[in-house]
Unconditional design. Structure first.
Length: 122
């Protein structure tokens, strides 16, 4: 990270001046961790996760992205906004179907990296 203490020194015929500043780089949040399915129904899944470490949790909101199947195709993801909650229930799913799920945290600086993808069968 580029965060840290930085010093600037200026010199001219009249002398030298130095100023030190502290720089804190701000970035979108890290990815949520420990994404898991807490409850499995034939047409629903309750998904939970742990907030990203070292983030101001009160300022985060979450989006849960899911799709049928387990392929690496990027298209076809549907999203559910979870607000500041760390769990959400996905409803109206197809029974006996594999779903891929990932969670993404967002704050005032934007959306962060999505979590690792998990797969579960209804």
């Amino acid at each position: 990270s580029d965060s840290g203490q930085y010093a600037c020194t200026a010199t001219n015929p009249y002398g030298t001046a130095q100023r030190t500043i502290s720089l804190q780089v701000q970035d979108a949040p890290s990815k949520p961790i420990d994404v898991r399915v807490a409850e499995i129904g034939s047409r629903s899944l309750k998904v939970s996760w742990v907030p990203p470490p070292d983030e101001q949790i009160s300022k985060l909101s979450y989006n849960v992205h899911y799709k049928r199947g387990s392929g690496v195709i990027i298209e076809g993801w549907e999203s559910v906004a979870a607000g500041s909650e760390t769990h959400v229930t996905l409803n109206h799913l197809h029974p006996s179907t594999v779903y891929s799920i990932k969670v993404q945290a967002e704050d005032q600086l934007g959306a962060g990296e999505p979590s690792d993808i998990i797969q579960v069968t209804t």
